[in-house]
Design a protein around this ligand. Structure first.
Ligand code: NAD
Length: 737
């Protein structure tokens, strides 16, 4: 038989080498068709007496990334369609679909012939679960080999036997830790956890896998043998009696109970280890179906898996402009941001002319890359040669004529209109006609800056977030005159440096900072009302934010907030900033010199390491304090999330953000907006616009007009719309996921 996605070669020893190599994809993923073919392959090898065993591997440099997003989308569409017709059959159908992979892998495991998975590259999700169902697992020791069950990160959990097999192979604590965090394992760590049998040199992978079969590998999983014992003894042991009462508490500390997928892992393992294996799989299938139906899973999969991939692949790139591979760029301003922008660009193989006011300042910028490379080499994350190659791509200089052959310049000089104007003129004097000028400004509208340019069509904003090496998001800002070519090149650049772009129209603060300042402002309001600062910070964490608003303000710098507030007053008038907020910030900065982490004191105190930062006790004396018992923590949580989501809705209403995927992905990658919600707009859609409007009205009555629902929201509520239906990113002809 022939297959579209697999080849089978049986050698003289009767070992069938099944190679997975999807013809039309760069990475192997599970689709309906792939699963059907695997099903047929199992039948074929079982019925072929000449086949003694199977080695399963990939023909690509990676093993597999797991499920295909179109399969997941169609699963949700199916559920929605069926649910409208008959909720009971919808449940049954979802249950069956959700269990397909689970039982197919079980079919491999119980087919009677030995299967060995030969893992030659990244092996994620369902692919790792397939490997766990094989009787033997051999991994190559190449650096590129990584194994993980990362499903929890998109709101679900390993639902193809992962929870049952990992918990029967590894010790329970390691198993729970790995699956509830979605941790990535190196081959040696996977071996230490008993999840792979052998780790070998890449060229030994297939021979070693075949050898396992030749050595008489039994086609029976350990848990199908009589007398099988769970590592560590299972649930009813003294060690388990210590572990299990603590496990839900630890999970709650880490997730504040916001992630049903993570909790389901605990339930599957706890319940599954007490029953026979097949019953364990059924338990997993039930919880998996239940979690799949949750708003959290739906929203997280949509934003963190589907939308993120779509945006990364250039969903917003204008059609009709040829894709560009950037060979050389200029970065002007080798300070805090510019130095790191040069680093990430060189890391992507792009040559960089790194310019500052003099050679010394430019060299200081390159020194940042030198340190980053030295650290990576020392930690074994980068080879010495790769490090040298990266550094050789960065040329520090004060000479603007080095920009005569670049296709893009990223400007990251001081946040000062006059300085930027001078730099734009100097750069444009030498820049090739076709090249694009991108400003990294965080506060100055792009349309205004472009007025200094002779070719505003080629002028755009590319807004990075700090630390640039770690933050995956870049905001691309389209000014009034920015042309398609500039947008396309900016997106090509962002994709080349492997960041996720969101495209927004021009406005003060763009998208991300507008939302972030709402978050911080709400915390100012709370402080002024006398809410204890610890409650504000803890409520934010409980709401799912990675960093409390006061801590975040310290990171951003309190004097930067002051500067931005003063600029708003200057440009937009006194009413643009609450006087109480201005007074609070002025007091902290001007009177108390509390500027944030950078000077070791802000809302927090920063004692010398290893001591941890703590909230500045003096905050209590700034405003009369309310007793904690008079503060409803749930209302604090709502206020913090609602104020951000409302701002996101306003940006849509003002056509700053035009695609809900960008609002959602931008909010999670930009400032960690409660990921379980799927992002700012999914948070609103998830509870329903009508409910959100009612919540806003209640908060507005209690805490001020800034919570008043906007005309767009009122209209959507009246019409029963969601953001994804009204602003459907896939066009009217196609349903959004
Ligand atoms: P910085 O002060 O650390 O660096 C600015 C650099 O520009 C300095 O090295 C300075 O010598 C150089 N410079 C000044 N005038 C110059 C000129 N005429 N020619 C060449 N070089 C010149 O500032 P930064 O924090 O890196 O910010 C740079 C830009 O990035 C600003 O527009 C800022 O708003 C924006 N930004 C900053 C952050 C952040 O977190 N700091 C985040 C996003 C965007």
């Amino acid at each position: 038989m022939t297959y579209k996605n697999f080849t089978i070669e049986t050698d003289a020893d009767g070992i069938a080498l099944v190679t997975w190599d999807m013809p039309d994809k760069s990475m192997n993923v599970f689709t309906e068709e792939v699963m059907n073919e695997i099903d047929a392959i199992v039948d074929q090898v079982v019925s072929d007496a000449a086949v003694k065993g199977v080695v399963f591997t990939s023909g690509k440099s990676t093993f597999s990334g797991g499920a295909d997003l179109t399969m997941i989308r169609s699963m949700f569409s199916l559920l929605q369609e069926e649910q409208a017709k008959n909720p009971d059959t919808a449940m049954q159908k979802l249950f069956d679909v959700a269990g397909r992979m689970n039982w197919l892998w079980r079919k491999i495991e119980t087919c009677g012939k030995p299967w060995v998975s030969a893992i030659n590259g990244v092996c994620m999700g369902g692919a790792f679960e397939l490997s766990l169902a094989c009787h033997g697992r051999v991994a190559s020791n190449a650096k590129s080999v990584k194994l993980a069950l990362p499903e929890v990160k998109v709101g679900i959990f390993p639902g193809a036997g992962g929870t049952q097999r990992v918990a029967r192979l590894a010790n329970t604590q390691d198993a729970l830790q790995m699956m509830t965090t979605g941790q990535t394992l190196t081959p040696s760590r996977a071996k230490a956890m008993n999840l792979v049998h052998q780790v070998v040199e890449p060229d030994q992978l297939i021979p070693a896998a075949k050898q396992m079969i030749k050595d008489g590998l039994k086609p029976v999983a350990p848990w199908d043998e009589k007398g099988f014992k769970v590592p560590g003894g299972g649930i009813w042991t003294p060690a388990a009696a210590q572990l299990w009462p603590a496990a839900p508490a630890i999970l709650r500390r880490e997730t504040a109970g916001n992630y049903p997928g993570a909790l389901a892992i605990l339930k599957c393992v706890y319940e599954g280890l007490q029953v026979p294996f097949d019953t364990g799989l059924k338990i997993e299938q039930r919880y998996f179906t239940q979690v799949l139906r949750s708003t959290e899973a739906f929203s997280m999969i949509r934003s963190l898996f589907i939308s993120m991939q779509e945006l990364g692949k250039g969903a917003r790139r204008p059609a009709g402009v040829e894709k560009k591979k950037l060979e050389k760029i200029g970065v002007v301003g080798a300070g805090f941001m510019g130095a790191s922008i040069a680093y990430v660009s060189a890391a992507a193989g792009i040559a960089v002319s790194l310019i500052d006011r003099d050679d010394e300042a430019a060299a200081k910028g390159k020194a940042v890359s030198e340190k980053l490379v030295a650290d990576s080499v020392a930690k074994g994350r980068m080879s010495k040669e790769d490090g040298e190659k990266l550094l050789s791509l960065i040329t520090p200089t004060a000479d603007y004529s080095t920009l005569s052959d670049v296709s893009l310049v990223v400007e990251a000089v001081f946040e000062d209109r006059q300085v930027k104007k001078d730099v734009i003129e100097k750069v444009e004097a030498v820049l090739p006609e076709t090249a694009i000028f991108a400003s990294n400004t965080s506060t100055l509208p792009i349309t205004g800056l472009a007025k200094n340019s002779k070719r505003p069509k080629q002028f755009i904003g590319v807004h990075f977030f700090s630390p640039v090496e770690k933050m995956m998001l870049t905001e691309v800002i389209v000014g009034e005159e920015t042309g398609d070519e500039a947008l396309a090149v900016a997106l090509d650049y962002v994709s080349q440096i492997k960041k996720t772009p969101i495209v927004v129209n021009d406005t003060r603060g763009f998208y991300v900072n507008r939302c972030v300042f709402r978050y911080i402002n709400e915390a100012y309001d709370m402080l002024i009302e006398g809410v204890p600062a610890t409650m504000i910070e803890n409520a934010a964490k409980m709401a799912g934010m990675p960093v409390g608003p006061l801590s975040l303000n310290d990171e951003v710098a309190v004097d930067l907030s002051q500067k931005i507030m003063k600029a708003s007053i200057a440009d937009l008038g006194e009413a643009s900033v609450k006087p109480e907020h201005m007074a609070l910030v002025n007091k902290l900065v001007d009177e108390l010199d509390r500027r944030g982490r950078k000077n070791g004191k802000g809302f927090y105190e920063y004692p010398a390491k290893p001591a941890k930062k703590f909230l500045w006790p003096g905050l209590k004396d700034l405003y009369p304090q309310k007793p904690a018992s008079q503060v409803d923590v749930n209302v604090l949580k709502q206020r913090l999330l609602v104020t951000i989501a409302l701002e996101a809705a306003r940006t849509v209403e003002e056509s700053i953000v035009t695609d809900p995927r960008e609002a959602d992905v931008g909010s999670i990658l930009g400032f960690g907006f409660a990921p379980y919600t799927g992002g700012t707009l999914s948070y609103i859609d998830g509870m329903g616009v009508k409910t959100f409007v009612a919540l806003c009205e209640k908060l507005a009555a209690d805490y001020g007009d800034h919570f008043k629902p906007t005309p767009l929201l009122l209209d959507m509520a009246a019409k029963g719309e969601t953001f994804y239906s009204r602003f459907n990113p896939y066009g009217a002809e196609q349903k959004a996921a």
